[in-house]
Design a protein. Structure first.
Length: 459
């Protein structure tokens, strides 16, 4: 007899996770309730980082709901829906580029599609079909026949919200165009087996040897204003994406306050310094350094920090220095080298070179913190074989759809950079080759922080 599906186990996980999240909302003193989807007013918890137990509950809820549907529903039904997901991306792109959420912003009763059509200049019957599909996925709401209004989710489509820039980055060039060519790239006998940065699907699609970042901001910018615009959009997208992924959990998830007075934290590859600015404001014991490519450091030193944290400049608690991490060594003898979303842009050999450059300037007590996703297998193993916990059965041990975003970001790295997200074993392996040994993996709920200490170089 074949093994039977554990439906009641999945239903129990769903009920428990939903109850945990509901309790999280109802414990909020300002608005002690779960807001309905029709609510367009922000809830106080919308901008808060999930506590670790609530993050796990969210992942369990999403994973168990998807696994339950995949288990109970006929396979061809489920697979066909997966194939059709490309049209969801296309429709999201229309809503974002037409700025439908902005048009509906001050219209709580909604607008008839004919009026929306006039304002965004899209034929009304086609627009109604698109919006109705999105409403069926709980983005926007149809308040009466052909009359549409914003809801809790569509408010994140406002052009002022950084997450809308992430949506544009994913649904438009260069990401979408590059993703279409992933199969072409992987099946190419030369390109498919190369991990060179210039052999990604992005390079294949755009016919350029340049990296995406050079395409955005480098020597071709003057000749390609669209690429410059996309580069600026990418910068805003990272703010929205980091917020959605609780990337700032590193601020409270690592014991920064226990570091000595005057401890130096070098935010290597930190862009304009969003994370280092938060560290600077919260932990007065820290001195910060920020290193990135010259364009970003100039923006940080002349604009971002003078506006966001001028006192840090006045007090000398922040220093700026450009770097190309693959060709140069960072500032020496810092206590912490923080590399957030840097290593995943690189193949293993390139990542080892970057980490080796950091290792070469570390003091014996220095530490490296690599903050990224850690991918887990979909196969259950004994608890002593893994660095992070596994989901309760019968849910897939890696939470399945509950953590699918990590695997999608891995796809983005493959498509755009020939980079990758990594498992804990991957990090230990490349760290060892760079002369680093694992100290601890800090579970931040969605991303993790891999802490390394100096070790002897492998012979």
């Amino acid at each position: 007899m074949s093994e039977q599906a554990n439906i009641s186990g999945l239903v129990s996980l769903i009920a428990g996770a939903a109850g945990k999240i509901e309790s999280y909302y109802t414990a909020n003193p300002a608005k002690p309730y779960v807001p309905p989807l029709s609510d367009t007013e922000p809830h106080p918890l919308d901008s808060k980082i999930y506590p670790l137990d609530v993050r796990k509950a969210v992942q369990t809820l999403e994973g168990a709901c998807a696994q339950l549907c995949a288990t109970l529903v006929r396979p061809n039904h489920t697979v066909l829906n997966r194939h059709l997901n490309i049209y969801q991306t296309a429709y999201l792109s229309v809503a974002l580029r037409a700025q439908v959420a902005d048009i509906l912003l001050d219209e709580p009763a909604g607008l008839h599609v004919s009026e929306i059509s006039k304002r965004c200049k899209i034929e009304e019957k086609k627009l109604a079909r698109i919006l109705r599909t999105l409403c069926s996925q709980h983005i926007f709401r149809e308040v009466s026949r052909d009359t549409f209004a914003n809801n809790r989710l569509s408010m994140l489509f406002l052009s002022s919200d950084p997450l809308s820039s992430m949506g544009l980055h994913i649904s438009d060039e260069p990401t979408n165009k590059s993703a279409v060519h992933l199969a072409d790239t992987l099946l190419d006998p030369e390109w498919g087996f190369s991990d060179a940065p210039g052999r990604s699907s992005f390079n294949y699609a755009f016919g350029t040897p340049d990296s995406m970042f050079r395409y955005f901001e480098g020597r071709k910018q003057k000749d390609n204003p669209k690429a410059a615009e996309q580069g600026a959009q990418f910068g805003r997208a990272m703010i929205g994406g980091n917020a959605a992924c609780d990337a700032s959990a590193i601020i409270t998830g690592y014991p920064w306050g226990e570091l000595s007075q005057g401890a130096t934290v070098n935010d290597v590859g930190g862009g304009v310094g969003h994370i280092s600015m938060e560290l600077c404001k919260r932990y007065k014991n820290l001195n910060l350094k920020l290193q990135d490519l010259p364009e970003r450091i100039e923006q940080a030193e002349k604009d971002f920090w003078p506006k966001g944290c001028p006192e840090a400049i006045a007090d000398g608690r922040i220093g700026f220095k450009p770097i190309d991490l693959l060709a140069e060594k960072p500032i020496a003898h810092c206590d912490i080298y923080l590399l957030k979303n840097v290593i995943h842009l690189m193949s293993d050999e390139v990542a080892i070179k970057a980490l080796s450059n950091v290792r070469s300037v570390m003091s014996p007590t220095s530490r490296v913190l690599v903050q990224e996703f850690i991918l887990q297998s979909a196969v259950r193993v004994s608890d002593d074989e893994i660095a992070l916990g596994q989901a309760d059965p019968p849910l897939l041990p890696n939470y399945g759809v509950g953590r699918i975003r990590q695997y999608y970001f891995d796809a983005i790295m493959m498509v755009l950079q020939n980079g990758q997200e990594r498992s804990s074993d991957d990090f230990i392996r490349i760290g060892k080759r760079a002369g680093l040994e694992l100290v601890k993996i800090w579970d931040l709920g969605e991303t993790s922080a891999v802490e390394f200490a100096p070790a002897g170089l492998e012979k």
